[in-house]
Design a protein around this ligand. Sequence first.
Ligand code: PMP
Length: 430
Amino acid sequence: MSADHSTRLYERAIKKIPGGVNSPVRAWKAVGGIPRFVARGAGAYVFDADKKKYLDFVASWGPLILGHAHPKVLAALKKTAAAGTTFGAPTECEVKLAELVCRLMPSVEQLRLVSSGTEAAMSAIRLARAFTQRTKIVKFEGCYHGHSDGLLVKAGSGLATLGLPDSPGIPAGFARETLIARFNDVATVQELFAHHRGEIAALIVEPVCGNMGVIPPKPGFLASLRKITRRYGALLIFDEVITGFRVGLGGAQALYKVKPDLTCLGKILGGGLPLAAFGGSRKIMSLLAPDGPVYQAGTLSGNPVAVTAGLTTLKLLARPDTYRLLEMRGKRLEDGFTNVLEKHRLKAVINRVGSMMTIFFGLDRVINATEAGKCNRQQFARFFHGMLRRGVYLPPAPFEAAFVSLAHKKTDLDKAIAAFDDWAAGEVKS
Ligand code: PMP
């Protein structure tokens, strides 16, 4: 039998693109096998190059909260693109988007649009350093804030450990400015701040983790971060690249009622096109060029096509009931999966906040990166491939969030639950 289209495309891809992919996790290294090449998407489904249909819970890693190819987003995009895709001059839609985001997130009085979450986090850190005139930053083990040099550090655990880069090519000196704390563990944060008094510019956190699998903050954890950063004169940066417009229109900061100094946005903000942002109080943001001396720029920043996709998406999300619906659908999936686990006596814990969810096999609690790291990765790989064979496309790695969108109907979720039941029956037998 001749190889399928995905395999043939992959063989061509690996010759010209490192690993055959333009972002590493797409290569399925954590689960094995050859990645499916996607030909198109519609609503809650994607179709691969061999015309196989999959119920999609990757959602392009978060942006597609309305599902694929939403007709209203497409119509708006066509209209905008026909009038020119980028000008390198200010446009009205940028102002509209900025006004809308500031209204939805009161901690953001001003914002700057960029093209990726990496840029947003990198620029927010630069701004925090300039504002505080300090150099060190604190991040949490397992949190991802893009791949800029100083942020690509998780280091070993241990208090006051100086950061070690996660990737060759990052000078140790850069990584040394990054201190690592443990998520959901206030004491590790407190110790770092006490030990590095007057040196820490900012603490950056995913208020709900999505990059070590979904891990919600313990009650009071975010409020403690607010207190400690204020006490030591450091800025609190919420990286809401995933959570912004996902856990609520006002993001995790509204859900948990904690006001950060700076916020990073991305993913849903661009409605499936490259768009991200960072913002905060006018006092801090006014340091940014051209008002102030902190340089930051971008040829395609705030281009009308990406901004239109974002604006249209946010307006659709602002309809009543959006987040109640997303919560109900997320809960339906979680409850269905939980029933399957109980029925087949499979050990796993499901962490969920609204429409973002992760299943950790072999564990009964996950509150930080160390615990997440103990999950059964082999079982996850079997689960991933088992679900794929049954037409359900999940993130191809154990430490990622699966996303439910407004395009997932109850029947779609029930299909995923039935697939899980079928896989689990085989899993316990073998
Ligand atoms: N921050 C968070 C919380 C993210 O999840 C991501 C991407 N997954 C980023 C930043 C980086 O965004 P991008 O991939 O758009 O550079």
